[in-house]
Design a protein around this ligand. Structure first.
Ligand SMILES: N[C@@H](CCC(=O)N[C@@H](CS)C(=O)NCC(=O)O)C(=O)O
Length: 339
């Protein structure tokens, strides 16, 4: 091995070790007795408090899964609402332990100090317009001259400029600081169009005066892989968050659910026994108990169960699995092996 390569590798290993030693997020969480999870200010299906004030949703389930793995108690979470503008500052300042809120994985965000632990939802940016029999809009390419409401601090704004700019179409972009303001502006007729991640359009449509009077256009103009983020300085914490996501996906693939997990402890499938910690010591090496995945599955469920309950057939959103189906069913959700 060349000396320069060896030196670079050595430096990398030293840096990783220093990072892991320095941050100790898992120890902080254990000491606090609660996980501080950054969520949205309210987005149905992903993170939204119910009528009793309890946070519910697909991104909330990741917080609950982590709390289950660490404390065997999904309620040991403090939810911290964040906006697209302040979410990264809040994480970098150490005010939350993990950010779990429809945030797109991008290089500049990682360069800015974040590390994404994976992708829990493959999304893309879409448009919603009011149905108008006199002036039917069938495509985003019909939107020349339209005013478009968009929330600041999102990838959405840049994609919009790129898309219409590259098609030589002039539009009027109107920016708002919060989701309720953006939605209210569109719903009251201030804008002709509302744009954000397609999943969020289905969610926000439920809050409109007359949801059925609005239609989502067919174009998806960007890639929005959404995932939980942590600070870049704690590799061990990053791995726990990352493998929590994987555990939920792997459980779905292996057919282990919240309902049958006890039975599956007696399975004769080696991959299932390793995932559930009956064989090996994968959990303790991550800093949690060996039955951490059993805890996640009992309290939260596998990836498919969480998807269906919050976003899919068991929810008001009725979003199809699409790209978020397992890789074995034509989608992109794929867990590396628990070995
Ligand atoms: N995925 C995009 C967009 C995220 C985003 O701004 N989503 C809006 C959709 S409505 C949102 O979550 N708003 C809720 C809030 O601000 O609390 C990003 O990471 O920039």
């Amino acid at each position: 091995m060349k000396a320069s390569i060896a030196a670079a590798l050595g430096a990398g290993i030293a840096l990783a070790a220093a990072g892991a030693a320095r941050a100790g997020t898992l120890d902080t969480v254990k000491k606090n007795g609660v996980l501080r999870c950054g969520v949205t200010t309210g987005l149905i299906g992903f993170s939204q408090p119910d009528s009793s004030g309890a946070w519910k949703g697909f991104d909330v389930d990741l917080c609950r899964a982590l709390a289950s793995a660490i404390f065997d108690d999904p309620t040991k979470v403090k939810y911290v609402p964040t906006t697209p503008v302040d979410r990264m500052t809040v994480l970098l300042a150490g005010d939350i332990d993990v950010l779990s809120r429809v945030t797109t994985v991008t290089l500049s965000r990682e360069e800015g100090g974040l590390m994404f632990a994976g992708v829990n939802y493959y999304d893309g940016q879409g448009f919603i317009v009011r149905k108008d029999p006199k002036h039917e809009v069938k495509s985003a390419l019909d939107l020349g001259g339209a005013s478009i409401c968009v929330q600041a601090g999102s990838t959405t704004q840049g994609n919009l400029v790129d898309y219409f700019g590259s098609h030589g179409i002039k539009v009027d972009v109107v920016t708002f600081g919060t989701a309720p303001e953006t939605l209210a502006a569109y719903d009251s007729g201030r804008c002709d169009v509302y744009t954000t991640d397609a999943s969020a359009l289905y969610s926000q449509r439920l809050k409109m005066k007359d949801p059925a009077a609005n239609v989502v256009l067919p174009e998806i103009i960007s890639k929005e892989p959404l995932g939980p983020a942590v600070r870049k300085d704690d590799v061990a914490w990053f791995q726990l968050v990352s493998w929590t996501l994987h555990a939920m996906v792997d459980a779905e693939e292996l057919g282990v659910t919240s309902k049958n997990v006890d039975e599956k402890l007696k399975s004769n499938d080696p991959a299932t026994l390793r995932l559930l910690g009956v064989k090996g010591d994968l959990g303790t090496k991550l800093g949690v108990s060996n039955d951490w995945v059993v805890r996640i599955l009992k309290h939260v469920g596998n990836y498919g169960e969480s998807f269906e309950a919050n976003l899919g057939s068991g929810s008001p959103l009725k979003i199809a699995r699409g790209l978020n189906a397992l890789w074995t069913k034509g989608g992109l959700q794929y867990s590396p092996p628990f070995e």
